[in-house]
Design a protein. Structure first.
Length: 316
């Protein structure tokens, strides 16, 4: 079970989310990424005004057709782009704890550092570690109120799909992008059997039960794609950093990964580059080069679940 902070765009939308115990994501690539990245059983808190609001568990997910015509959220227009978005991707939540706490609290240090190094939200959601979830599970009080039931007219649902083509039809079909690949690899490695297989490839005799897999993590040097770390460190915190490339790897990518490794210091025990292809000219003895492959045919639209079932990590 992972723990995410879901960024809310307006105070009015925050009220709606709390009232109905409901989270919604927009009909663009960031929205479908968040919808795919967060799974049933995961925990979330809302993030608005530099405060964390409540703790929920995801009960169900649903993608709704023609959602721009349906409650509870009004379409949202962004000032920077002038584009208008609506909310077809929805999470139905079970309230667990009630609180409203500043993210500058030490208990939220992991997520606060992400926000600080990014200079703000600029993302739909942020993954926190298990320590943050344990802290949030002791804040405030047990949620005892009943969420309101949303009065919805009849509607149809769909399953979003991804394709390696520019012939797309959002919100039902999106181009397969690197952030979707990152999410697939994070969820793939969150399976203890798959993590054990990765450790064996890296020559590490570690117990996968002792580690957690975290999505994009901000560092002063940039944003690493996947971080594997001790879930409950004692004495030291072992870390493995992974960079993900949809296609080729460049020398600049290698340089960036090495910067992350230096930033984390001696507790960084391995650096991994996972890509589709790599030039024979690219070489670095202190980095493990692995390949992502799919049994599914990405020239045709595939669901996230189909891709997750078919993904594999192998040596180049």
């Amino acid at each position: 079970m992972a723990y995410f902070f879901v960024a809310i765009s307006t105070r009015e939308n925050l009220k709606i989310c709390k009232r109905y115990a409901l989270a919604g994501f927009t009909n663009n690539i960031n929205g479908v990424w968040a919808f795919s990245d967060i799974t049933e059983g995961d925990f979330i808190s809302f993030l608005y005004g530099a405060k964390a609001h409540n703790l929920y568990q995801v009960k169900e997910k649903e993608a709704i057709k023609d959602a721009e015509k349906l409650p509870p959220w009004k379409p949202l227009t962004f000032k920077e782009s002038g584009k208008t978005y609506y909310f077809p991707f929805r999470l139905y939540l079970e309230p667990i704890r009630k609180f409203e706490e500043s993210v500058v609290r030490s208990e939220f240090a992991y997520i606060a550092e992400n926000l600080l190094l990014r200079g703000g939200y600029r993302k739909t959601h942020f993954q926190a570690d298990q320590t943050t979830l344990q802290n949030a599970s002791q804040m405030g009080e047990i949620y005892r109120e009943e969420a309101d039931t949303l009065d919805m007219p009849s509607y149809e649902t769909f399953t979003p799909r991804f394709i390696r083509s520019r012939k797309v039809n959002p919100p039902e079909i999106f181009q397969f992008r690197e952030i979707i690949l990152q999410s697939l690899l994070r969820q793939h490695l969150s399976q203890k059997k798959k993590l054990k297989e990765l450790f064996e490839v890296l020559g590490l005799n570690f117990n996968p039960e002792e580690f957690e897999i975290l999505g994009e993590k901000a560092l002063p040097e940039g944003h690493l794609d996947i971080l594997i770390k001790d879930s409950n460190p004692v004495g030291r915190s072992r870390k493995i950093v992974i960079e993900v490339k949809l296609n080729n790897v460049s020398q600049e990518d290698i340089k960036q990964l090495k910067n992350y490794m230096r930033e984390l210091g001696e507790e960084c025990i391995a650096g991994v580059m996972i890509s589709d292809r790599i030039s024979k000219k690219i070489h670095s003895p202190d980095i493990h080069f692995l390949r992502h492959t799919f049994d599914a045919n990405l020239k045709k639209p595939c669901t996230f679940e189909e891709l997750l079932d078919s993904i594999a990590i192998t040596k180049h």
